[in-house]
Ligand binder design. Sequence first.
Ligand SMILES: Cc1cc2nc3c(=O)[nH]c(=O)nc-3n(C[C@H](O)[C@H](O)[C@H](O)COP(=O)(O)OP(=O)(O)OC[C@H]3O[C@@H](n4cnc5c(N)ncnc54)[C@H](O)[C@@H]3O)c2cc1C
Length: 277
Amino acid sequence: MSDRDRLAGDAAAIARKLAPVAASGQEGRVNRRLIGGLAQEGLLPRLFPRRAGGIRDEDVSAVDLCAVREALAKESTVTENAIAIQTLGAYPIVLAGSDEQADRYAGPVARGEAVAAFALTEPGAGTDAGALALRAERDGKGYRLSGTKVFISNAPDADVYTIFARTTAGAGTKGITAFIVNGDAKGLSGTAMRLLSAHPIGRLELDGVLVSARQVLGEVDRGFKLAMRTLDLFRPSVGASVIGMAQAALDAAIAHASSRQAFGRPIKEFQAVPRSR
Ligand SMILES: Cc1cc2nc3c(=O)[nH]c(=O)nc-3n(C[C@H](O)[C@H](O)[C@H](O)COP(=O)(O)OP(=O)(O)OC[C@H]3O[C@@H](n4cnc5c(N)ncnc54)[C@H](O)[C@@H]3O)c2cc1C
């Protein structure tokens, strides 16, 4: 068995073990007990490098994320979502952060002690993320952030946000910088949004949030590249998680067609009901 198969198998077993914790959360809000459990069971640290509180020699790969997300999605979409958003929120810090930033901000996320979120989308900038307008204006050695983010998974409950903001007006994708912002920062507020599915997601308002130079992530005006690098790492596993969900739905349909009786036999024996397996 390969390391990747073992990781996926362990992830599925952990999801089954934590099923009662996953079911006990409040719909649409972050389930901190679940995130803590995923760390205690050792899954979260297996997705982070040592310098960011994990146990890996290197950063997680897109293929490992695919294996874990597909395996989790077969068992529990709530658990799959929790792992996906927690890692997505912290990986800009892993990819571009100094050792100090990785240890201080991503470390607690890998240990399940803090909740992370990735904040790129705005009311006027979705697919066209390079059009984002949330302002970052110089204030002494730091910056003041003002504007709105929407559809941010894990908001407004997260403890640490990677927030992408405009540092150079009119420069498109070349004028965006990434910042690490604490969830309890003065001037930061948020509200939960309701989607059709039970996904923790919200809107953030930043009203002159002061961040120090030590909270700048990577190079000034190079944040868009970091956002795309992070999404490149995570996007393939969105497809993998959907495959996991589709497999779970197919398994449930086959189980139902095998047990449901009509006219004295299981309905899978009728010609119009597919009888795979
Ligand atoms: C469940 C969920 C979780 C999310 N989590 C996060 C998160 O954690 N952080 C975050 O920053 N954002 C998050 N988002 C926001 C997500 O990234 C945006 O919804 C996405 O970027 C699309 O933006 P939009 O909804 O504004 O659609 P729009 O940009 O308005 O697009 C509308 C439609 O037009 C199409 N379209 C746009 N441009 C083109 C083009 N050039 N060619 C062809 N078609 C085009 C799009 O495909 C889409 O179908 C989340 C969204 C959802 C639904």
